[in-house]
Ligand binder design. Structure first.
Ligand SMILES: [Zn+2]
Length: 157
């Protein structure tokens, strides 16, 4: 899952992502997610090998790469996806770990396109605001979130 935030620059999708399955339906775990968060989140949901995008938010390259990490974590199938989501909703530490890896990949993709240091920092700030925010229980501070995201990103200069 990834909250939507406005970004300063769009990245061309096809260059980076290849083909993926996207649905505008609600994901299979929709009721559980709404119950756990107490809201109907405006977000993307990966389940198995599909990105569910019920709010029809813009699907841009770095977000697709973020969700592809969750596809790998769910081994691209519905059985593992059900287990993964169970843990994700019950265990805040598991959720933070899985998300930090996805945000790390997202930052990595951004850095493959954006070379300007200040611009990279703005992205990292936005990603870390999201990872340290209410969607993930405010469980870590923003500086810690930045360090965590960086630690999972393999960045070439
Ligand atoms: Zn995520």
């Amino acid at each position: 899952m990834k909250a939507f935030w406005k970004k300063p620059q769009y990245i061309k999708v096809a260059e980076i992502t290849g083909s993926i399955k996207v649905s505008n339906e609600k994901p299979p775990i929709w009721d559980d997610v709404c119950g756990a968060f107490g809201i109907k989140p405006e977000a993307y949901f990966t389940y198995g090998d599909t990105i569910y995008n019920p709010s029809k938010l813009p699907l841009i390259a770095d977000i697709i790469e973020h969700e592809k990490v969750h596809m790998e974590q769910q081994k691209h199938n519905d059985v593992d996806a059900a287990l993964w989501w169970g843990r994700y909703l019950r265990e805040p530490e598991f959720r933070l770990d899985q998300e930090a890896r996805a945000y790390g990949r997202q930052y990595e993709v951004i850095c493959s396109v954006v070379k300007d240091r200040n611009q990279r920092n703005r992205y990292l700030m936005a990603l870390s605001r999201s990872l340290s925010g209410p969607l993930y229980n405010n469980s870590i501070g923003q500086v810690e979130a930045m360090q965590l995201i960086k630690s999972f990103a393999k960045i070439k200069q």
